[in-house]
Write a protein that binds this ligand. Structure first.
Ligand code: IMP
Length: 185
């Protein structure tokens, strides 16, 4: 079965391809812009996005809305992660964190999956910390400044290792469970 991953981010598509390898779902990349409503809730962004895409007549797709939530910045950039990445970027985040002792942070990923007429929304999380420098060339976005407990940034580990511990990987595990119990995979 083919599932469209609707995003402008090829990095996300690569992660979904790897995560669903061997599960009988073939991930296809589709660039189809949809409105990302201004709200502080990732699930609401995803749910509204799904409504819009379904209204356009598209079936069997996945969208995801993700963000980096930094403890010491009271959850910033959070739902504004895309804007912050485009404007201040990783160096800007490192600057905001200069001299800050509490470096704890969490990535969150909300997946909306519409498949076989069913709608499933799941939320995944991954805890880590913001390093003092950007490191690594893998991944995308905030990966070079988000570090795991093992002391490596998400941009320093291979894709399958990132999937095993990441927010997107966590959300995919929940989605897989739902798809299995619905008899879709
Ligand atoms: P969105 O879900 O595409 O809106 O992502 C929001 C922002 O978070 C973008 O700047 C992404 O590059 C970034 N982002 C989303 N997922 C990840 C990830 O897995 N690693 C690093 N950055 C991410």
């Amino acid at each position: 079965m083919k599932v469209k991953v609707i995003t402008s981010n090829p990095g996300k598509v690569a992660e979904y391809r790897k995560a669903f390898e061997g599960l009988g779902l073939e991930m296809e990349h589709l660039r189809l812009p949809y409105d990302e409503v201004q709200t502080s809730d990732l699930e609401e962004v995803v749910s509204k996005g799904m409504d819009e895409i379904v209204a356009k007549g598209v079936e069997d797709f996945i969208i995801d809305d993700s963000g980096l939530f930094i403890d010491a910045l009271k959850g910033f950039p959070g739902v504004w992660s895309a804007y912050a990445q485009k404007t201040i970027g990783n160096q800007g985040i490192l600057k905001l964190m200069e001299g800050v002792e509490d470096r704890g942070a969490e990535f969150r990923c909300c997946i909306g999956c519409c498949i076989g007429g069913r709608r499933i929304i799941v939320l995944g999380r991954s805890r880590g910390y913001i390093g003092t420098e950007a490191r690594g060339a893998e991944g995308f976005g905030y990966d070079p400044i988000f570090y795991t407990d093992g002391g490596l940034s998400f941009a320093e580990i291979p894709l399958d290792e990132k999937n095993a511990i990441s927010h997107r990987g966590d959300a995919v595990k929940k989605l897989e469970k739902e798809l299995r119990s619905a008899g879709i995979i």
